[in-house]
Design a protein around this ligand. Sequence first.
Ligand code: USQ
Length: 389
Amino acid sequence: MRVLILGVDGYIGWALAQRLATRGLDLYGVDNFFTRRRVKEVGSDSVLPVPSIGRRLQLFRGFYGRGIKFFRGNVADPEFLYSVFKEAKPDVVYHLAEQRSAPYSMIGLKQANETMVTNLVSTINLVYAAKDVNPNVHIIKLGTMGEYGTPNIDITEGFFDIEFRGRKDTLPFPRSAGSWYHWTKVHDSNNLMFANRLWKLKITDVMQGVVYGTEIKEIEKSRLFTRFDIDEVWGTALNRFAAQAVVGLPITPYGKGEQKRGFLSLEDSISCLTIALEKPPKDGEYRVLNQFDQYYSVNYLADTVREVFRELTGKDARIKHVENPRVEAEDHYYNPDHKKLYELGYKPSGELKKDIKKIIEDLLEYEEKCKELKSVIMPRTYWRKSSGL
Ligand code: USQ
């Protein structure tokens, strides 16, 4: 089977490639190093070492005995994507090549536009390339749980049944995102649904929660680390909390800290993405999978990181509720469904505290690097202050 990973140099993409290498698949990868560049722009860097792509690919081939055929370029460039499709002839394509940071999209108009264009255009290019070059390809597209927002009712997986003024229908679950970034994923979902209606493309739209962790099983052996970001723009909640404890900064629940999100480990993210490939939808089907393990409040995660850090190091980490830079509900009802992946065979791999311990251990190994980044960890991107021209 030929598998194309768009965004193979990223946090998820690099780990996924390693899992798929153990499944004996033919791997093709695309990246334009957007994340590497933009992370540098905010004065940050990956805490775990990420060599040049040439070196990465060489080490990959050395360890797994099979390579990734790599194409450097931008998925938002249609000629480039069509040429990759023609050469790789993928049976499955993962689209992980979007701008992935909510804070980055909220810095200002330039970043908002860049996020809109990169994300929406790349997905439109993908469905056209699929239709024209390989209409049987299975598209696995990374969306986000953040598409749904935090409504005061249960959240279903993609669609819900409604009775209104005496009539019934099944409709897309209402979306209500909380950043320009999250809205791009909503727009992508709409575009994917329409492409499916037009051309009967086979699509899995993954509503993924917040991913945490430094490693997956394969990385424990290969030591071919994936990137790990801890700054306020590119780092995400639990990963940042672990880094804050390690560098001696306060752990920062934003506002009241009772905001809840679905979370899953990197190991589980990769398992679920592999299940999506191994258990594809029917020909012509558009399916939505809510991909997370458990939902937690930010306060719960902050407390748990502090507890694990104390058990591991004997030192105390401080928790400080800082002014919320975002515009979001800080205390709300949250009850999203996540049945479908379990029905397809997903079994969560670990236990939160063990996973946090592993992150802290890895960060302690790279403590100097974490400390170098101390000045870019505390929040400074405020949604309401997003700058214009
Ligand atoms: N938060 C804090 N303190 C921090 C950082 C974050 O309280 O220091 C809070 C935020 O206010 C938010 C929650 O934690 O309520 C999650 O924030 P996050 O930065 O961990 O994640 P988010 O911006 O939502 O985005 C991340 C990924 C994105 C993915 C999304 C899944 O960057 O690519 O789509 O998680 S989800 O959150 O389910 O939409």
